[in-house]
Design a protein around this ligand. Structure first.
Ligand code: HXC
Length: 511
């Protein structure tokens, strides 16, 4: 028997391939609090024993600058298919212990193969990034590899869910693959993303900044918005990722899975909105009072907190929720909130997930900063995303729905299928105080007691305009309900409005 055909020799070759970058490199990886690529795929992400690895035997194709002296196990990336909660996914995980997980030609070809596999099978793609970037020794070959990956990220957008988990460095142009995917996970003290690192910034601009401050996990979760999910540890990130997948269909031609309906832990009563119109409250508590099992998976929790987006279920069906958050900046719409909401709406529309919009906002944020930051261009994205969306769209007006924000937050005029308001809904061109000061200015100025007159006019305006009845009389809102009836009403509405049209209509990239 030839030596290469003996099972024992095969097992020896296999063991060599499975050892990644070797003991020393693995030890270094562990010292940083990181798992190995194989542990991440086999132990933390996939159902036990479900991993079907491919291309373990691929060898790096460019042997120059001393690379021929090194054995690069799997060329620094592990690729294949497996199952999460019994549902198939495609996966790649860069192995930092092998040449710093750097991306060379064979490495990129392996990633491209599972990306194509995910498209053909119609299953989600999960990428685990832990890499020093383009493999310097392979020059233009590594750049080609990145280009081919970006191309596929874009073509797959809106076709299969794409999720990136950043578990180490992700620098230079490498950051654009995660940025093109639907959801990015980061982990405290482990993830670092930037176009140019602290050293280059110091050389070029003279600015000093730490790696953590520049591109650490919380920086991307809270400041840049590049990350959608922040976790304190690798296992926590993968647990959240699995939960996220449970809301999603495998591809845009299918509907999301349906679960057994569970009532909320503490259903809404009739006193959820404070009597005082100006008082803030937390919209997440209201969401939990409506959705199945009070279970809400928030997306972008730390970014643009004046708007809340995330996934939940209504009577077992996945829904995407977009809600103004009165507790932060009174729930105004600004540049970042507009981008956050628009991207989420586009994702839900791509993957047949009905939308529930919960409205309590005084409108778009005024000010020079916002105007110069492009609030016109960014604010328009919400209008575009809602108007474009063909999934079922339900809207609940909780309190303020003033001006442009009334229109933008999925009004009937942007194609909402069902609009309900609570009795305390206020639908008007602008808030009572501002409006009274403008339209009754002369009367207020002429009054003996100007403050008393102003208060009187505010009340008059509220009665006449800032209520849900004017819009309900005209049929712009379909019904006025008590807050305690919200869940039942939304479930009924969801079952009778038009159903989702499956099939890709657009990608997820913000406009
Ligand atoms: C080849 C690389 C590499 C790279 C790291 N290594 N990055 N090999 N190409 N890009 C190798 C190291 O030589 C080392 O090999 C091993 O990986 C581990 O790296 P260390 O430096 O020892 O690790 P650490 O101290 O943890 O530092 C990690 C790091 C650093 C911060 C990522 O390695 C680094 O700065 N790397 C270069 C990053 C970079 O500039 N990449 C190019 C970006 S430009 P040995 O054999 O010693 O173990 C780019 C363009 C893409 O990516 C454009 C796409 C459009």
């Amino acid at each position: 028997m030839s030596i290469m055909k003996s099972v024992n020799d095969f097992l020896a070759i296999l063991a060599n391939k499975l050892k990644g970058g070797g003991e020393k490199a693995i030890e270094k990886q562990k010292e940083k609090g990181k798992h190995t690529a194989r542990e991440r795929v086999e132990d933390l992400l996939l159902d036990r024993g479900s991993f079907l690895e491919i291309d373990l035997f691929v060898e790096h194709s460019v042997k120059d600058f001393g690379m021929d002296r090194k054995e690069l196990a799997g060329d620094g990336v592990i690729t294949g298919f497996g199952k999460v909660d019994d549902k198939p996914v495609a996966v790649f995980a860069q192995d930092f212990t092998v040449a710093g997980g750097s991306l060379g030609r064979a490495h990129s070809k392996k990633i491209v193969k599972v990306m194509d596999g995910s498209a053909e099978a119609g299953i989600p793609l999960i990428g685990i990034n832990d890499s020093g970037g383009a493999r310097i020794q392979e020059g233009v070959e590594s750049l080609c590899g990145y280009g081919e990956i970006f191309f596929r990220n874009t073509r797959l957008s809106g076709v299969v869910p794409q999720i990136s988990v950043i578990l180490g460095p992700c620098a230079g142009g490498a950051v654009y693959s995660p940025a093109l995917t639907d959801f990015v996970f980061v982990v405290d003290k482990i993830s670092h993303m930037f176009i140019t690192g602290p050293q280059v910034i110091k050389t070029v601009l003279g600015e000093e900044v730490s790696q953590e401050e520049l591109g650490g996990a919380m920086t991307h979760a809270a400041i840049t918005g590049n990350a959608h999910f922040y976790a304190r540890s690798e296992p926590e990130a993968f647990e959240t990722l699995k939960k996220l997948l449970s809301f999603l269909p495998p591809n845009s031609s299918r509907n999301p899975p349906v679960s057994k309906p569970i009532p909320p832990d503490s259903p809404l009563g009739d006193d959820v909105i404070p009597d005082n119109r100006r008082r803030a409250y937390c919209v997440k508590e209201i969401i939990r009072g409506i959705v199945d099992g009070s279970d809400f998976l928030e997306v972008h929790e730390h970014y643009a907190r004046n708007i809340v987006v995330g996934f939940a279920r209504l009577s077992g069906r996945s829904i995407g929720i977009v809600a103004n958050q009165p507790r932060v900046l009174a729930g105004v719409l600004d540049v970042n909130a507009s981008d956050k909401a628009a991207r989420f709406i586009r994702f839900c529309d791509s993957f047949n997930i009905p939308l529930l919009t919960m409205v309590d906002t005084p409108g778009y944020l005024p000010g020079v900063d916002q105007e110069h930051a492009g609030v016109i261009r960014h604010g328009a994205k919400i209008l575009y995303a809602y108007s474009e969306a063909t999934v079922p769209k339900l809207t609940l007006i909780m309190r303020k729905a003033y001006g442009g924000a009334y229109i933008a937050m999925c009004s009937r005029h942007l194609g909402a299928d069902f609009v309900a308001s609570w009795p305390c809904g206020e639908i008007a061109v602008m808030g009572p105080e501002g409006a009274a000061n403008i339209i009754f200015r002369k009367e207020i100025e002429a009054a003996e007691d100007q403050e008393a007159c102003r208060q009187e006019k505010v009340r008059e305006y509220e009665e006449k305009f800032a209520n849900p009845y004017v819009a309900a009389k005209k049929g712009y809102i379909d019904t006025i309900i008590r807050s305690s009836e919200t869940r039942d009403t939304l479930i009924k509405a969801l079952s009778v409005v038009k159903q989702s049209r499956t099939g890709r209509s657009h990608g997820n990239m913000p406009l």
